[in-house]
Design a binder for this molecule. Structure first.
Ligand code: SOE
Length: 388
């Protein structure tokens, strides 16, 4: 499909929850901050509830609202389909969009099962459209910078890795049974929703893949009030109770292709931890450490520093030369959660314009699903070491 270079990219977004809000602000903001090679038209937002999707369109700046994603995907006046629905619908929407010649940005997880993820990856490989997965934390400047330092050999050989994604919004046993706690919609619980981020991040930072895992997953609160109203991530519950069908906590170890051991934790039961994603990569010549709750900072340790001067250095990753910083504020004026979504749009649009394949690819997403499935398999077999 050949397109005039400056023709605007006409975007349709399917879904309008938490990720719909995040992606909408990115489509609005990226063209105003970066010099994108294509203009952006926020053409259509799609959701099943007509009134709710109309009000989301008005609030977030979409020109039209629609209720049937199939009709939207088939339209020939759209170029991009951005998928922000729960994981169980990703495969059907993404494959239809790719077959219709659209470019596809898909929020993580790629899919709820390895089989669906593999079918999506095959569709992406066979399509002229650009396909990219939204593991957005890769585009937090401190983490992009960490990846570059590790790739340049600054911490030497990776010898050990640890990463934890900890939240606490399910500590309350009366927190309702939202879609994120139902296997048929979410696929997995903490493991899939936030453990997937930790796995992707470790693989992205080290440039290595997990080859084998051993772990345990557990559901702490087994029944919860059925959700009566969806509000933010946690929702509101009624008098009726239903079964939680996903894990609350996942604790696992893995071996990276380079040989290093990695330890992971994913939980929504870390009382007091709101959205703490930590990663620490220990190498033969140094180390890097990061915590999302201080997301502009990268801790860097250099073993070659003179004796008496060694220690983790706190680098504020807001210098003009740091990744993605060219479009933002003067040094030290801090970025937040939403900025990485704008960086994701920037990289996606750049790739569409220059015909390159942006990462993470759908193949990357399928590989992460394989890791998560191996953790579930290991847990069911008393934490036996399980090949990915
Ligand atoms: C989206 O990237 C996401 O993974 C959500 O699905 C999680 O629930 C959130 O807490 C982290 O971000």
């Amino acid at each position: 499909m050949s397109e005039p270079v400056r023709a605007p990219l006409r975007v349709a977004m399917i879904g309008y929850g938490f990720m719909g809000a995040a992606h909408s602000q990115a489509w609005r903001t990226a063209p105003r901050v970066f010099d994108l090679p294509r203009d952006i038209e926020m053409s259509v937002i799609v959701g099943r509830n007509e009134d709710a999707v109309a009000s989301a369109a008005a609030k977030w700046g979409w020109a039209e609202a629609a209720t049937d994603w199939r009709e939207v995907v088939a339209r020939d006046d759209l170029d991009v389909i951005d998928i922000v629905t729960p994981g169980h619908s990703h495969d059907e929407i993404a494959i239809a969009a790719l077959e219709a010649g659209k470019h596809v940005l898909c929020e993580k997880p790629l899919a709820n099962t390895v089989e669906d993820a593999d079918r999506m990856a095959a569709a992406a490989r066979g399509s002229d459209g650009v396909a990219m997965l939204g593991f957005t934390y890769r585009r937090v400047p401190a983490l992009t910078r960490a990846r570059d330092l590790i790739a340049e050999g600054r911490i030497g050989t990776v010898q050990q890795v640890r990463s934890a994604y900890r939240q606490d919004w399910l500590v309350d046993p009366e927190a309702p049974l939202s879609w994120r706690l139902k296997k048929d919609e979410a696929g997995a619980g903490s493991l899939g929703d936030i453990g997937g981020h930790a796995v992707d991040l470790v693989q992205f930072l080290t440039g290595q893949q997990l080859t084998t895992v051993s772990g345990v997953i557990e559901t702490i609160v087994k029944q919860r009030p059925v959700e009566t109203e969806r509000v933010g991530i946690a929702g509101k519950g009624g008098d009726e109770y239903g079964d939680v069908t996903v894990d609350d906590v996942a604790i696992f170890t893995g071996r990276l292709s380079g040989g290093a051991l990695a330890a992971f934790e994913a939980t929504r039961f870390a009382t007091g931890r709101k959205n703490e994603l930590t990663v620490e990569i220990s190498g033969s010549a140094g180390a890097i450490a990061f915590n999302l709750e201080s997301m502009n900072e990268l801790q860097v340790y250099d073993r070659t520093a003179p004796d008496g001067e060694q220690g983790f250095t706190r680098v504020i990753v807001t210098e003009p030369g740091h990744p993605y910083l060219e479009g933002w504020w003067p040094t030290g004026h801090m970025l937040g959660y939403e900025h990485a979504f704008s960086h994701q749009v920037k990289d996606f649009v750049d790739a569409i314009a220059d015909g390159s394949a942006p990462t993470p690819t759908f193949d990357d997403g399928a590989q992460v699903q394989r890791v998560l499935a191996a953790v579930e398999e290991s847990s069911a077999a008393d934490a036996r070491w399980t090949a990915v």
